[in-house]
Design a protein around this ligand. Structure first.
Ligand SMILES: [Zn+2]
Ligand SMILES: [Zn+2]
Ligand SMILES: [Zn+2]
Length: 328
C-alpha cells in the first residue's frame, strides 16, 4: 500500500483513536515533551543530532563513555543531523538521513506550524557513510512506504543509491525521488532559503562528500560534519567561517588521548585541539560562530563537566547541543 500524505494523516489519526480506546494514557513525560515543541515563527535551523555515525553508546564499547548508556540511554545522544524550518512556505528539510531519522523527523515536523503530516519536504545527503544515509531505509516497504520523498544528492551519492540494493528499491518503488545536486550550485528552496553543496576531502569509498552552506533570509550557516584535515581542503576554513553566522564543524575527536595516543596526523578528521589552534587568531565574534559537532562516543566534550568541554568553551567556541535552534 502506498502512503500518501493524506492517507498517512488518516492512518495516524485512526491509530491514535484506537490506541486511546484500548491502551493506557500516555506517560506524563511524553505529554510535556509534546507541549514544549512550540512551532517556530522564524525560518531557522535546529540541531537534531550531534554524535558520530556509530552512535552513543557504541556497539561493544565497555569503556566509561558507554558502559552505563546501554542500560540507561541518554535521549540527547542522536546521530548528527540538522533540520531546516522554512516559515515562508511552511516546509521542513532534513540534512542527513541517520539511523535516528524517525525521532528526528518527528522532532523537526513538530516545529512547523501545520505539523499533522509529520513528514519532511526534502532530505539532503552529505555522503555514503553509515550515519549519514542509512535512515533512508525507514522510507521503504518494511517501514512507511513513502511516496516520492525528495532526496537531494550529489552525482556519486546518487549513483551509489541507484546501483546498490536495497537502496535502489527505494527508487524503483518511488519511495524517494532523487534531485541531483551540483557542487557550488544552489538549490533555492524558497525566496528566503537556499542550500549550496561544497565538496570536501573525506574517505570517499562510496561517494563524494559535501558540506552545505545554508542561506536564510538574514543569516547563513555552514554545516560540515565530516572532513579530512583543514589543510587538505581547497578552501580556507577561517575565511569560510568569517562569511557565515554559524559554522557547524567536524569535531569527531578532541585529542589523541581518547584514541590511545595514535599519531593524530594519520586520523582523517580535524581534532578539536587542532581546530582550536587553527582558529586561535580569529576575533571573538568569529570564534563564537564555531559550533563543534559529530562527536565520537569517546569524545570528552560530550560531558559538560570535562576539562575538554571547559577548555573549548573558555576559548570562545561552542559545543552543539541537541534541539538548539538558530534563526536564519
Ligand atoms: Zn560521519
Ligand atoms: Zn564508548
Ligand atoms: Zn564520513
Amino acid at each position: 500500500m502506498k502512503l500518501t500524505k493524506l492517507s498517512i494523516l488518516l492512518f495516524s489519526t485512526t491509530t491514535a483513536l484506537l490506541m486511546c480506546a484500548c491502551s493506557e494514557a500516555p506517560k506524563l513525560a511524553t505529554v510535556i515533551e509534546k507541549a514544549t515543541a512550540v512551532p517556530l515563527t522564524k525560518t531557522s535551523l535546529v540541531v537534531l543530532g550531534t554524535i558520530q555515525d556509530a552512535g552513543s553508546p557504541q556497539i561493544t564499547c565497555k569503556e566509561s563513555c558507554c558502559k552505563n548508556l546501554f542500560e540507561s540511554p541518554d535521549p540527547s545522544r542522536k546521530v548528527v543531523s540538522v533540520g531546516l524550518v522554512d516559515v515562508s512556505t511552511n516546509k521542513t528539510y532534513l540534512i542527513e538521513a541517520t539511523p535516528d531519522m524517525g525521532s528526528q523527523i518527528k522532532k523537526l515536523t513538530q516545529l512547523e506550524q501545520n505539523s499533522e503530516i509529520e513528514m519532511v519536504d526534502g532530505i539532503f545527503l552529505t555522503h555514503a557513510h553509515i550515519g549519514h544515509y542509512t535512515g533512508l531505509m525507514y522510507l521503504g516497504k518494511e517501514a512507511m512506504d513513502a511516496q516520492h520523498v525528495t532526496v537531494y544528492a550529489m552525482p556519486g551519492m546518487r549513483d551509489f543509491l541507484e546501483n546498490n540494493g536495497p537502496w535502489n528499491q527505494l527508487i524503483l518503488q518511488q519511495n524517494i525521488a532523487i534531485n541531483a545536486l551540483k557542487a557550488d550550485s544552489s538549490i533555492h528552496l524558497s525566496g528566503e532559503l537556499k542550500v549550496t553543496p561544497l565538496l570536501v576531502p573525506h574517505r570517499d569509498e562510496f561517494s563524494e562528500t559535501v558540506g552545505y552552506k545554508i542561506q536564510g533570509p538574514n543569516k547563513s550557516a555552514l554545516f560540515m560534519p565530516d572532513i579530512d584535515k583543514w589543510e587538505k581542503w581547497e578552501r580556507n576554513i577561517v575565511a569560510e567561517i568569517e562569511q557565515v553566522d554559524y559554522a557547524f564543524l567536524d569535531a569527531t575527536f578532541f585529542d589523541s588521548v581518547e584514541l590511545n595516543k595514535r599519531d593524530i596526523s594519520e586520523i582523517p578528521h580535524p581534532f578539536i585541539i587542532e581546530s582550536l589552534e587553527k582558529f586561535e587568531g580569529m576575533t571573538s565574534a568569529n570564534k563564537k560562530k564555531v559550533i563543534f559537532i559529530h562527536f565520537n562516543h569517546t569524545n570528552p566534550v560530550l560531558d559538560s563537566t570535562s576539562r575538554a568541554y571547559k577548555t573549548t568553551i573558555n576559548k570562545g567556541f561552542r559545543i552543539a547541543q541537541i534541539n538548539e535552534q538558530f534563526e536564519l
